[in-house]
Every structure is written in structure tokens, then in C-alpha cells.
Design a protein around this ligand. Structure first.
Ligand code: PLP
Length: 476
């Protein structure tokens, strides 16, 4: 299995070769040259599998340059019940991504029982173990530089802590993350984790990461790497839980299900698209956005019009406050029949702040054939959905999951099970829950003392050279 760029001007590479990188050299995203296919007999064999067996079965079709026994070890180490300790009960922890039935044909697919209480752990934990394995094999090391407004940074740090050959330098806006997120990240005492609180906003952090990555000499010399949302291995890891969720709520492969996915960078729902292309009987993939509705606009109109960071709203589902969906190019690549010249032409507009309209050559008519539909929600919808879910089912959901559920309820079809991807636990967003329900969400017992733990971080100015200097000093 080789991986090719959506822009068609980079050489095809193997999985391990693209694992540590980000964008392809031509600015595109890596995609498998062809999707592996699971037929009816395969699906029958997979139906009874536990998460680890399922993950191994799927990953081994997409990764052919890691020996099977090594891949098996990595998967078994990653998807252990102990790592998913915030699950309701032992069986749910063992299931890694358990389903919770709300009513007939309506379920939550719980993805947030990992160390940082958000779905990003599922992929990031695998990435941590894959990085350690590949780096050790090649006698290499990497220094991950990232910017976070909360969820990504903590998932990356909890996945990479203590990993040999990996250091993490994570920039976050000083005093702008939630109390919980700050405590979660800054309380890590591992020597390979460096928290840098920047005097500025999230965009300042991101600009520094971009500037440092664009300094190719520094990047090579300091072995700068990334774990951002376009990393193909993250998408692959997320494919697994679509299968797990499907098998959990169906009895035969003749049944179809739909998924509703709280979306920002299009990474999570892109994994759903890949699962569908691999033969999973998915009827609809609902792209649920918040007020930052660039993706909803596309799926309603065929026009993709990313907005600048100045036009990004700060909402109560902050991990979806994204106005340029970095994985969207992967879907468009398939939609235009993998015509790389077309992709280059479309993104030549996007890359300079423009928009494109896929009605023009009839491409938009094909979107429905891929199962995609969309919807959006706002703060009032979110609060109402959290209240209704609590009142009707006695279940507290977080704000992102509420966006997913709101859209799911608008697009439900009779007799088609709908799984709403639960992307964070409510404990992560206490203030919003208090606003909706007048009470704090339950916090897992082991996290009660989190705010009181000693914190380890460095406050720095938003200055590119001082960050470079800091990195240089800490990687010897
Ligand atoms: C990152 C995140 C999302 C958005 O996922 P994408 O893959 O960027 O679409 C949704 N909800 C939560 C809680 C997140 O952390």
C-alpha cells in the first residue's frame, strides 16, 4: 500500500514514510492509492471482534511496512481497558468505544473515555506508540512543535509523555484555556514535555508554529515534527470506531446505519468517509458544525468558502471553532474522481484566501452519493439539547456532542440506527454545563485533585526567535 498526494506532484510513499510528516511536499494531503475493501464475508468475520482485533484487522490493510507481529503489539498496547479508565463500567472500558442507547435507533458512540476525556485520544494514543516504534527502528528522534487551544495539545502530550525519541513543545495562549484543560496539560511532569504559555491568543501560537516550520534549515536541524489533524495515521485510527459502532447496533450486514459527527477540521468525519469507502454499510454521514459553519455551507450549497481567523467565532463548543477544514481536501480528492489537477486548481484559490464552487462542473451533484449531509447549531440549540438529553434520558452530554445530536435529530430516518459521536466528556466543559443544567457535570473521581497539582510551564512572548532558542536549548 502506497500513499499518494491529493495534489499529484509528490512521490508515492509507504505508511512509515508519511507517519512523521505533515503535508506532502507539493502541499497536498496523503491518501491511500486505493481503498482496501471489506466484503460481506470479511464483515461477518469482524462482527464479533473486540476493539484490538478489529483495529489490527483494519490497520493491517492500510499499513504494510510494519511487520504484522509488531503492529499487533502496538495495537494491543494502545487499546487497553486501563487507558480508557473514564468509561462507565469495566465492559465499556474493555470496548474502548462503547455505545450508549438513548432510545430505539438513537445511540451515542462514546469516544471520550481516554486520558484527556476527548475523542482525540483514540488516534493520538496510537500515534504515540507508532512514533516510538518507527523512531527506535530508524535510530531517529523528533521534536513535536504544536499549537493548541485545548484538546489537541493535551491529547498529544498524554500520548507522547515518556516516549523515547520524542519531545513535545506545545504552545498555548497564556490564561486562555479552560481551567480544566490548563490543569490537565500543565500538571504533566514528564521531562520530554514542554508547555509554553504564550502571551497572546491561539492564532499567535499557530503563527509561530508556521514560521518555525517554514524555516526549513531550522526544521531539519532541530528535527521538528508535527501531530496535527492532517496526519494520515490519525485518520486511520479513527476509522476503527466506525466499524465498532456499526457492529454494536446491527445484527446483519444488510443493515445500514448513519453517523452524526461534530466537526471542525473534518478529520473525524473523514474517517467515516474512509470507512464507507472500505465497504462499511453507512447510509448517511452527518457533518454537524457550530456557528463556524463553513462545512455546513458547502454541503448545503456546493460552495467552499473558508474564513480567516478574524472571522472565526468563539463558541461554547470551542474545539469546533475552525473556519478552514484542513482534512476537507481528502474528500474533495475522491469527489472529483482523484483528478489531482482539479484539486490543485481548487486549492490554488483556497490557499490565497479564496473560495470555490463545485456546482460548476456538476461535482456537487455527486456529494449525496457519498452519503454526506450537514447541519449546524448555535449556543441556544446546544443548551437546549443538553437540557433535553438530561431530562429525557438522564444523560449529560458535552457541548460538542450536543451539536452532533441536534443535527442528528433533524435528519433521523425511520428504521436507520443513528449513532452520534460523543467527542468529549462534559467534565471538560464545566461552565457550559452549569449554564445548561444549573449544576456541575460529574468529574471522574481520579481527577478531583487535578486543579491543585503543581504545574510546569514556561511563559514566553510571541516571538519566533525566542521560541527557536528555547527549543535549541532543550533538545541537547
Ligand atoms: C477536535 C474536536 C472536534 C472536531 O473534530 P475534527 O476532526 O476537527 O472535525 C469535535 N469535538 C471535540 C470535543 C474535539 O476535541
Amino acid at each position: 500500500m502506497k500513499y499518494i498526494s491529493t495534489r499529484g506532484q509528490s512521490p508515492a510513499l509507504s505508511f512509515s514514510e508519511i507517519l512523521l510528516g505533515g503535508l506532502a511536499p507539493d502541499g497536498g494531503l496523503y491518501m491511500p492509492e486505493a481503498y482496501p475493501h471489506f466484503d460481506d464475508a470479511d464483515l461477518n468475520a469482524m462482527r464479533g471482534m473486540n476493539y484490538r482485533d478489529l483495529a489490527f484487522t483494519i490497520l493491517s490493510r492500510l499499513i504494510d511496512d510494519i511487520p504484522a507481529s509488531d503492529l499487533r503489539t502496538i495495537v494491543d498496547k494502545t487499546y487497553r481497558a486501563e487507558v480508557y479508565a473514564y468509561a462507565r463500567d469495566e465492559q465499556s472500558a474493555e470496548d474502548i468505544t462503547p455505545t450508549l442507547k438513548l432510545e430505539d435507533n438513537l445511540y451515542l458512540l462514546s469516544l471520550s473515555n481516554g486520558p484527556t476525556l476527548a475523542f482525540k485520544d483514540i488516534a493520538m494514543q496510537l500515534l504515540g506508540n507508532l512514533f516510538e516504534y518507527v523512531l527506535a527502528k530508524e535510530g531517529q528522534e523528533t521534536n513535536i512543535l504544536g499549537a493548541t487551544s485545548g484538546d489537541t495539545g493535551s491529547a498529544a502530550e498524554y500520548a507522547m509523555r515518556g516516549k523515547k525519541g520524542v519531545r513535545v513543545f506545545m504552545l498555548s495562549p497564556h490564561k486562555k484555556m479552560s481551567r480544566f484543560q490548563t490543569a490537565q496539560m500543565f500538571s504533566l511532569q514528564d521531562e520530554n514535555i514542554f508547555n509554553i504559555a504564550i502571551n497572546g491568543v491561539f492564532d499567535d501560537c499557530q503563527d509561530i508554529v508556521k514560521a518555525v516550520s517554514n524555516d526549513l534549515a531550522f526544521k531539519a536541524q532541530s528535527k521538528i515534527g508535527a501531530v496535527n489533524s492532517i496526519n494520515w495515521a490519525r485518520v486511520v485510527a479513527q476509522v476503527v470506531y466506525y466499524f465498532k459502532g456499526y457492529f454494536a447496533v446491527t445484527k446483519t450486514n444488510a443493515e445500514q446505519v448513519s453517523f452524526s459527527v461534530p466537526s471542525g477540521n473534518f478529520g473525524n468525519v473523514c474517517a467515516g468517509h474512509v470507512a464507507r469507502m472500505m465497504g462499511l454499510p453507512i447510509k448517511k454521514l452527518l457533518v454537524a458544525t457550530n456557528e463556524n459553519d463553513v462545512l455546513d455551507e458547502f454541503f448545503r450549497t456546493g460552495i467552499y468558502r473558508p474564513r480567516g481567523s478574524a472571522n472565526t467565532y468563539h463558541t461554547s463548543s470551542p474545539s469546533m471553532d475552525i473556519s478552514k477544514a484542513s482534512n476537507f481536501e481528502r474528500f474533495v480528492f475522491d469527489l472529483v474522481g482523484r483528478n489531482t489537477e482539479k484539486v490543485r486548481q481548487l486549492w490554488s484559490k483556497v490557499d490565497v484566501g479564496g473560495a470555490f464552487d463545485l456546482n460548476e462542473e456538476g461535482y456537487f451533484d455527486k456529494v449525496a452519493g457519498y452519503g454526506f449531509i450537514s447541519g449546524s447549531s448555535n449556543h441556544a440549540n446546544r443548551m437546549q439539547t443538553i437540557r433535553n438529553t438530561f431530562d429525557h434520558y438522564g444523560v449529560t452530554i458535552d457541548t460538542h456532542t450536543a451539536d452532533g445530536l441536534k443535527v442528528a435529530l433533524e435528519h433521523r430516518e425511520a428504521d436507520v440506527p443513528m449513532l452520534v459521536l460523543e467527542t468529549a466528556l462534559p467534565a471538560k466543559f464545566e461552565e457550559a454545563i452549569v449554564e445548561a443544567l444549573g449544576q456541575n457535570p460529574e468529574r471522574p473521581a481520579s481527577l478531583h485533585g487535578l486543579d491543585a497539582l503543581p504545574q510546569r510551564f514556561e511563559v514566553m512572548e510571541a516571538d519566533i526567535d525566542s521560541i527557536k532558542q528555547y527549543i535549541t536549548q532543550h533538545i541537547r
